[in-house]
Design a protein around this ligand. Structure first.
Ligand SMILES: [Zn+2]
Length: 129
């Protein structure tokens, strides 16, 4: 919960910066698959923070799939294509770094891979009146 509010605050700060006099904003937020965040809570938190500043806010959240790429053979794959147990998936969401202890390249078996997509949170679009 605290985590989502902290994220929402960071997003709100950004929105206030790009649209300082807006009364109504529309924000598109992209959330990486590896980012542990409850979408409903994040959306609610952001709307509440904006409202407390007198700004009406319309939030759209999008998820970005996590894409992994093998450094050895160049193979790219999606995290969701890998059949992971629920607890492993959860562990990865909380500490993305552990992804390396649970996964290996489905093609060559190497553990030398990188996360090329699906990390972090960012504001994709802000529009306002
Ligand atoms: Zn590989």
């Amino acid at each position: 919960m605290v985590h989502e509010w902290a994220l929402a605050e960071a997003i709100a700060d950004y929105v206030f910066k790009v649209a300082p006099n807006a009364k109504r904003v529309r924000v598109v937020v992209r959330l990486g698959e590896l980012q542990a965040a409850d979408e409903e809570v994040l959306k609610f938190a952001l709307e509440e923070i904006m409202k407390s500043e007198g700004v009406e806010c319309d939030v759209a959240l999008k998820r970005e799939d996590c894409v992994l790429k093998c450094r050895k053979c160049g193979h790219e794959w999606l995290l969701k294509e890998v059949g992971l147990e629920e607890e492993v998936r959860e562990a990865i969401h909380f500490v993305p770094e552990v992804v390396h202890s649970y996964l290996k390249c489905p093609k060559c078996g190497s553990r030398d891979f990188e996360v090329i997509k699906g990390r972090g949170v960012w504001v994709e679009e802000v529009s306002w009146e």
